[in-house]
Design a protein around this ligand. Structure first.
Ligand SMILES: [Zn+2]
Length: 324
C-alpha cells in the first residue's frame, strides 16, 4: 500500500518559480538553470523507480512511502523511497546519472565518466545511506521500533556500471527492483498492524514540504524577484484585478485563481509568512479588504492580531518550521 505518493519536489518547484521571476539578465540565471536540469533529472529517475516498483505486489503486508524527510536530533534527512515489509525497512537512494559509473575501493568511491571521458567524483550514495540509516535507527528507537534497515543504491537508467569494489549495500538498476524484492526472504517479524503504525508515524513526521525560501538561500534582495501574477496563457507578469477576476492586459485572459500560484511562489521564494501588505505589493491586490478575502480563501492560516497579523501555510502549524 502506498502511504505517500511522489510529487514534484518542493526544491524543484521553488527553482522553477525563481527562474520565472528572475529577469533574463540576472547573474544567477545560469546557475538556477543548471540546478533545475539536475533536479529534473533526479526527479525523472525517481519516477522511473516508482514505475518499476508498481510491479512489486507481494502477498505479505507492506508499506511504501516516496520522498520522505524526517528530523532527528535537529537534523533533517531525506529518503528517496522507503519500503516497509514485516521483516525490515528498505531505503532506496535513486541516482540518475548520464554516462559510465565506476565504483572503486579503498576508500569506496563512485566516479562518473562522461561520454567524452571526463571523470568526476560523485557524492558517495553508500555514505549518504549510512548516515540516513544511523538517523533513522535513532528515530525508530525513540518510537520503540526495532527493525533492521536494508539499503539499496538504484541507478535509474542502464548506465555502464563498473564495480571494482565490494559495496556494503546492493547496487542495482530500476528494472531489477521488482525481481530483487520478490527474492527477499520475508519473515513475519512484526504484525500487519505494527507495520501500518510505523508507516503512519513516518507519514505524519514527514516534513518534505518545508523549504528555506530561495531569496534567503541565494541571498537575494527581494526587489530582484519580479512581483505580480503571471498569466498562464502568455507568461506576462502583472495580471490586474477587475470586478472579481484577474485580467491579463496583454492577451485578455481572465481567471479567478491567478493569485493561488503567486501565493505559492511567495512561500517558496520570499518568506515563511505573508502579511496583508506584502500580499498587496507582491500580487497587486487593489486593497486590503480584497486581499483579506483572497488570503482567507486560499487555505492559509491567520496568525496574530492587528499589526503582527500574518498568514502561514497550514502545514507549518502542524509541522515544524525550519530549513532543509
Ligand atoms: Zn496573458
Amino acid at each position: 500500500m502506498i502511504y505517500k505518493k511522489r510529487k514534484i519536489p518542493t526544491r524543484l518547484q521553488a527553482l522553477l518559480a525563481l527562474d520565472r521571476r528572475l529577469p533574463l539578465n540576472h547573474p544567477l540565471k545560469r546557475q538556477i538553470a543548471q540546478q533545475i536540469y539536475d533536479r529534473q533529472a533526479g526527479f525523472a529517475g525517481e519516477l522511473e523507480y516508482d514505475k518499476y516498483l508498481k510491479e512489486f505486489r507481494p502477498s505479505y503486508p507492506h508499506a511504501i512511502l516516496h520522498d520522505v524527510t524526517l528530523r532527528q536530533d535537529g537534523i533533517y534527512f531525506q529518503i528517496d523511497s522507503v519500503l516497509i515489509t514485516p521483516n525490515e525497512v528498505i531505503l532506496s537512494e535513486i541516482k540518475n546519472i548520464a554516462g559510465r559509473v565506476i565504483v572503486k575501493p579503498n576508500p569506496l568511491q563512485f566516479i562518473k565518466e562522461s561520454p567524452t571521458g571526463e571523470r568526476a567524483a560523485m557524492r558517495n550514495p553508500v555514505t549518504e545511506l549510512e548516515r540516513k540509516t544511523q538517523l533513522l535507527t535513532k528515530w525508530m528507537r525513540e518510537r520503540r521500533i526495532d527493525m533492521p534497515i536494508r539499503c539499496l543504491v538504484v541507478f535509474a537508467y542502464e548506465n555502464e556500471l563498473v564495480i571494482d569494489a565490494k559495496s556494503p549495500v546492493d547496487i542495482l538498476f530500476t528494472y531489477d527492483v521488482p525481481i530483487y524484492l520478490r527474492q527477499l526472504d520475508v519473515q513475519q517479524h512484526i504484525s500487519s498492524r505494527q507495520l501500518h503504525t510505523i508507516a503512519r508515524a513516518m507519514k505524519q513526521s514527514d516534513c518534505s514540504f518545508i523549504t528555506t525560501p530561495l531569496a534567503q538561500t541565494y541571498k537575494l534582495d527581494p526587489a530582484e524577484i519580479k512581483p505580480g501574477i503571471q498569466c498562464q496563457h502568455c507568461d506576462h507578469t502583472g495580471m490586474r484585478w477587475n470586478k472579481g477576476t484577474w485580467h491579463c492586459p496583454k492577451c485578455q485572459h481572465l481567471t479567478r485563481e491567478g493569485h493561488v500560484e503567486a501565493i505559492t511562489d511567495w512561500f517558496l521564494l520570499m518568506d515563511n509568512k505573508l502579511t496583508n501588505q506584502q500580499f498587496c505589493n507582491f500580487i497587486g491586490a487593489p486593497n486590503r479588504h480584497i486581499a483579506r478575502r483572497l488570503l482567507m480563501s486560499s487555505g492559509l492560516q491567520l496568525v496574530g492580531i492587528r499589526k503582527s497579523a500574518h498568514y502561514v501555510r497550514k502545514q507549518e502549524q502542524e509541522g515544524e518550521a525550519g530549513g532543509v
